[in-house]
Design a protein around this ligand. Sequence first.
Ligand code: HEM
Length: 542
Amino acid sequence: MPVAKINPTTSPGPSFVPPCLHVDIEARPAAVTPHGRLPRGLESVPRSLSFEGRFGRMFRNLPPFEPDDQDLLDLAASMIENDVDVEGDANAPSNNARVSAGFTYLGQFIDHDLTFDPTSKLQRDNDPDGLRDFRTPRFDLDSLYGRGPDDNPFLYEADGIRFLIDTHDGEKDLPRNSIGRALIGDPRNDENLIVSQLDLAFLKYHNRVVAELPPTADGAALFEDARRLVRWHYQWIVLHDFLEKIVGKEVIDDILKPEPYHVPGAGGSKPFRWKADLKFFHWKRQPFMPVEFSGAAYRFGHSMVRRDYVLNEATAANGQEVPIFDPAHPNDPNAADLRGFRRRPVNREIEWFRFFRFAGKEKELQPARAIDTLLVFGLGGLPSSIARNPSSLPTRNLLRGKALGLPSGQAVARAMGIAECLIIRSDNADHRFQVGTGYKLPTGMPDPSVPPASPKKAHLEQTFGQETPLWYYILKEAELIAKGETLGPVGGRIVAEVFIGLLTGDGLSFLNVAPQWQPKAGQFGAPADGKFTMADLLRHVQ
Ligand code: HEM
């Protein structure tokens, strides 16, 4: 099937117009799988105003929305599309006209960086709630560097400066042990073959930066210098490439502002500090990870996962796109899909111009999926190496949202002062709440990937029409208000505030250490002053 085209330059960008089966998600064995494991401290997130731990709340005064579990299971079931491929049609409504496929996995990589807990097992056991010894979530690539060459020497070459990288069958791969497990900072970055190759690209980028810095006899200083430069270039990508695609530049500019001030002798070139104008994300001493972000808003990325991918010439030539996961083989470590936690099978090396925009290669660029309430078939039954009981990702998300005591989407929208006409409800004629997407193909025919209407549709629309689980709400507003291209008002503001809050709250981010810093033309892969994208990073390491 041909690859659907994406045109990020002409895409208009965000366009806002005014016993049952009782499943106790905590009681299930999810804790034994690498991604299903609950991050330390997430189990207890008090509502108190003085509480400060690893996790906290943005909307502490709003009541939790606690619908019936069975209704959540039925809602989750309505989100999984049929086992039918319409992705090759560029104009299929489930394709994202603005965001290319690679940003999905950059988003996942960023999630792992933010939610990674680099403390030792001993510290974690002593402080399971993460109230002491917790590390502020930061864009610092701890998921790559671990605790550095002294504490995690197995990640590094003997010089303690460069990352170890393996070669198998003539292809570069993450370093692995004898049973194929990746030796990397955060095991979750080997969960699928796309995020694992992004992790590899960052390892290569670090090594490339080391090679391009002036040689010095002081190895530790060289490592620190390289790590700082890699972090800052990554932070630049997070802010100016990823976040801009997902929420639009206007929201970023509304929050992050240069604050000029006077100094003697500066003339016309005033110095400035970056200031974050945060309306909803507030902390006392250190920024924390808000559950509205980790339990709902930032899980928007699950809806951008494609059903299958062209990886390289070989998979393009024989029309053999590789499915993300094959639910028919949950326990098969050799399944012909993109599951990870194994040595990379042959012919699975990614050509990145198929995932990020490279000049002259736009024809091959695959779009991400739209941000909407439709999830691909493979996410309805994850491999058991990722999560089980329940193995459906939307089921896990909706039950997790309830277990975390998240407020409803409408309650959050009102607390944010969003106009009623932009609040998704069953009685809002402009943006009516409905279960399912009702997508049609450009031909006017019904989209065959859309699942048949749930037999519970009427009941679900009555149950959730005025109060909707926050994750579902955020997907629905993106679908109805932003054409599935970006996040909508609630999701976009939450994600932008948390990203910018964490960056400005990090004393070591470039925004604080060197407010005027920007990538420099010709250095470390930047094509021009103040320009550096994920595509530039990948081009620099290929
Ligand atoms: C194939 C791709 C992906 C798979 C299989 C996957 C799977 C999972 C699973 C199993 C969980 C734990 C669910 C729970 O028990 O609560 C999870 C959590 C999460 N995912 Fe994903 N995910 C994927 C991609 C993404 C993307 C693209 C994003 C964002 C852009 C994302 C953001 C999150 C967040 C914020 C959490 C909660 C925090 C955490 O524990 O890391 N995921 N994901």
